[in-house]
Design a protein around this ligand. Sequence first.
Ligand SMILES: [Zn+2]
Ligand SMILES: [Zn+2]
Length: 394
Amino acid sequence: MDTQQSWAIKQGSALHQEMISWRRDIHRHPETAYEEVRTSERVAQLLTSFGLEVTCGLGRTGVVAVLQGEQGGDEMIALRADMDALDLCELNEFEHRSCRDGKMHACGHDGHTAMLLGAAKYLAENPAFAGKVCFIFQPAEEGKAGARAMIRDGLFERFPATQVFGMHNWPGLAAGAFAVHSGAVMASTDSFDIVIEGQGGHAAMPHLGVDPVVVAAQVIIALQTAVSRQTDPLKSAVLSVTTMRGGEAYNVIPESVTLTGTCRSFCPEVKHQLERLIQKQAHHICEAFGAKATVTYRAGYPATVNTAKEATVAETACLSLVSPDQVLTDMPSSMGAEDFAFMLQERPGAYIWIGNGDQEGFRGLHNPYYDFNDDVLALGASYWVALIDQLLSR
Ligand SMILES: [Zn+2]
Ligand SMILES: [Zn+2]
């Protein structure tokens, strides 16, 4: 860990200890998408005890709290943490391991929640700023778009923040380090289904039918050229066909085959291009073989793209806490996705990574042995405070 003079919340302080106990309590009681009832009650209770104005039930289990600085002012800055866990069986054996079978905080949202609670408590006790801080605790980040649910419930109309900031822990990045991206951080993630209808029949008489298995194979091969031959090589994309279902017997040509898969990219042009390519290739290849394609393309999370000005604000806040070599601005973006993207479509902002440790044997996100690193709670909460110092100081 780096020099701590500038940290609002010191390593090993009473507040750091409190954050550890909140974090472990949440870890012990993981709840998944829109079922974060206990977690959101606990969060709301703590925020109320700090003296904040608390609103519950946005996006079903989301919680929002507002803190007015003592120097007045209406400008509102939003800070966001996610609260949900994963459907995963925890294999850790420490005392704070999950007490709920098949549910686990394996993405560190327990730590994100604890860090934002720590910042709320600190700022409530040290409100020497001008403006308002809006603390957003969102449900269902893992695949169920809790951020969008809160936005649809009027998040930014009811809490008109001018900027929004998010943070995720990053295993593999040293504890005490940050990564800040000036643009794209995480990819968009879409999914597709392609149903190929042929004409089933006897496997010994293929000429009497249309074999959808062979057509599906052609479609898969063609789709692999979409990224390699047709999208701009300087704009990253992934197209993976991940399941192929069809057929029951050795001697029967099935009536249909279904392919499913996922597309990842960082910019909307590539995303739309991939959708068009899948439609076109599937339909034309099927037609050429006398089969019929039905393509369903579903947009998932958009790409998470920081706005340049807010990325600089985030970087400056990190630099106020740790040495410049601990603030990485050249880390590659991730092909993973993040629903904070929906918030960044509504407001300028930045989403950064905080190191969760790079020791040998560290566990990655979504691993059954993963655990949030309690050593970084004080630094993460201090980052939130540093952002507010910078944006709402008078
Ligand atoms: Zn996750
Ligand atoms: Zn996560």
